[in-house]
Design a protein around this ligand. Sequence first.
Ligand code: PLP
Length: 252
Amino acid sequence: MLVIAATDSSGGAGLTRDVRTLTDFSVDALCVVSAVTAQSDTRVAAVHHVPPDVIRAQISAALETRRVDAIKIGMLGTRATVEIVAECLAAAKGRAVEVPVVLDPVLVSSSGGVLLDAAGRAALLDKLLPLTTLVTPNVPEVAALLGEPVATDEAELIQQGRRLLEFGSRAVLLKGGHATGNEAVDLLLTSGHDIEKINSKRVTGSSRGTGCALASAIAAALAAGESLTAACTLAKRYVLERLLIPAQHESK
Ligand code: PLP
């Protein structure tokens, strides 16, 4: 699988989390570094954005090395990075590299650091979503991408998911969309306007890099030929068992 993502010096999120996840799925990663972040679990101290030419060169070299069966995109950081990634993906499609693309729209770290600027968000909608199979925002992310207030109920959230779909991705996974008691519900919206609910146990602990792990696990399952619904279900179970339940035990 081709992973386009940033490094995280804390090791909790980003590229290291992606590669660890893919290792759990026995999938090899070809890695493109979009940015280098200096982070701890509580702050983002510095970000170096890799120049667009170097990103293009990494993607070209990765794609000429070996066939990829899926692409996962994580933190991009700036408009220039979003644009070069979109240009490279469009060119790959032109050469008949037709593989699932899973985009985790990384906007801020859980410590509050901005990981994609406003111009980058606009480019993500206009240039990258049309090339994406699945985009995986959580509730605040879908609102921020659309420039709207955070949805207060499931009906509003679904409307936002539909508006995001209009930018051209094949599907949107709204993470943790609706909470009732012990259940956490993700909503999978596809362009046919079907809505599928993916339920799982709600846990109280939190862990860094769950969004990275989920998107990587979905892409790994899609690479293995699973359907979107099966891939999202498998990935959600993986994140719960591997990251969230252990974190809950640690915090006790
Ligand atoms: N840092 C990098 C490099 C990331 O790619 C991501 C998420 O994808 C994050 C931070 C955010 O992770 P967290 O919410 O665990 O801070």
